[in-house]
Design a protein around this ligand. Structure first.
Ligand SMILES: [Zn+2]
Length: 412
């Protein structure tokens, strides 16, 4: 095996322990701090005392797909291409889900290691991410495995490198809207590591709990206590563990519990006339029960370039909007691909979300006051390791997509 691998412009040392990167979806650092304060995460408290306790910045838009792909590739969306869950396909102007590997512009770190002979496992909660996360991994039993908790019972040796996952774990497939979906990801990681010493593992949970429950609430603390028990087992199995998040999570409601929303399509249609623009919400995905497709980041596509400045002015006047950037400004600041952005990039203020029109959003299923993500208010994420990192090898600013770098290059 090689001493190191060069992947997407960065060098990664070959793992000498099983190396596990855990992405806790929607894990604002406050969740861990509150759970540790409530003595719900005794392992994590002990782990950071002997390991590394850092904060990092996620990618903007602070959404799931762009950040999971950044962590897995070690580079920003300008390089890997995945900049939302949902985008306008510039080739045909159609709004499409960006969960197809054809949108991916580089390979992943686990796929590169697998191709060089490492034993690699990638496990995600929701199946929407599986094709992207597993891109380039050629399934092989005991060598290259990728499956989702959501469709664990559909995994086959030929397509996922593993079969009979529910029997193996002794757990049924949980509801896609549950804490158990994330628990299955961690439990599967533990079980696989008990069977053999995998070289690289990526475990990615879902933010269903964080969308509904604030840090320090009993349900959130119980969720983190569950994670703590599994993390302790990974540590006991000798793994080097790096824990980060795809994005944070903030309250987006008023004192009465009603969601704070700026409906951008309505606003621009009223000020500029109909059919001048199209608002795209890159948070949109098939699982909208917990956020109603409302997040802190939106794109505006204008049919007439002369509308860019007037639209920017109208949007900037709304108190719910933090900042409006042109495509060039936004891509330069956030490291995003120029050909996959709108003419304008809109960021909401901390406690507010962006929608299209009220009638486009089904909020009837929001059973708790809205919590969501997307902008700079959710950019801070944890970066915790169970080993000490050499400070000279910690990048500044530290990004969540430095997780594999820290785990492989900075812990020895
Ligand atoms: Zn997420």
């Amino acid at each position: 095996m090689p001493e190191s691998l060069h992947v997407n412009g960065r060098d990664y040392l070959w793992p000498h322990d099983p190396t596990v990167v855990v992405c806790i979806d929607g894990c604002a650092p406050a969740y861990l701090e509150a759970a540790m304060a409530a003595h719900a995460m005794p392992f994590l408290r002990e782990m950071i005392d002997r390991g590394t306790d850092l904060r990092a910045e996620c990618v903007i838009p602070a959404f799931t797909n762009p950040n999971n792909l950044s962590i897995l590739t070690g580079v920003p969306p300008a390089v890997h291409g995945i900049c939302g869950n949902y985008v306008l396909d510039p080739s045909n102007g159609e709004a499409v889900m960006m969960n197809d590997p054809r949108f991916l512009r580089c390979g992943t770190i686990p796929a590169a290691f697998a191709a060089a002979g490492a034993r690699v496992a990638v496990i995600t909660a929701k199946d929407k991410l599986r094709a992207l996360l597993g891109h380039g991994l050629i399934p092989a039993v005991g060598r290259a495995v990728c499956f989702s908790a959501e469709c664990a019972d559909a995994a086959t040796v030929a397509t996922h490198g593993i079969a009979d996952v529910t029997d193996l774990l002794g757990r049924p497939v949980p509801s896609v809207y549950s804490a158990e979906l994330s628990e299955l990801v961690l439990a599967a990681g533990v079980t696989l590591l008990e069977q053999q010493a995998w070289d690289l593992m990526y475990l990615s949970t879902t933010d269903y709990i964080q969308h509904k429950h604030a840090p320090g609430t009993p349900t959130a603390d119980a969720f983190y206590a569950m994670l703590d028990r599994h993390l302790a087992r990974l540590d006991a199995l000798g793994a080097t563990i790096a824990i980060t998040a795809d994005h944070g999570m903030s309250a987006k409601h008023d004192a009465a519990g009603q969601p704070r929303v700026v409906y951008l399509q309505t606003l621009l249609d009223e000020r500029m006339g109909p059919d001048r623009c199209r608002v795209i919400l890159p948070i949109t995905d098939p699982y909208v029960v917990h956020h109603g497709a409302l997040g802190g980041f939106a794109l505006v596509y204008l049919s007439d370039p002369a509308d860019v400045e007037p639209a920017r002015k109208h949007l900037s006047e709304d108190p719910g909007i933090r900042e409006v950037l042109t495509r060039t400004e936004g891509c330069a600041r956030f490291g995003l691909p120029l050909d996959r952005q709108g003419d304008l990039m809109v960021l909401a203020v901390d406690d507010t979300t962006l929608g299209t029109r009220a009638q486009d959003h089904d909020l009837s299923q929001l059973t708790e006051p809205l919590r969501s993500h997307g902008g700079p208010s959710e950019q801070g994420v944890p970066m915790l390791l169970n080993r000490r990192c050499d400070p000279a090898r910690v990048p500044t600013p530290l990004r969540n997509f430095d997780a594999f770098h820290l785990a492989l290059n900075a812990t020895r």
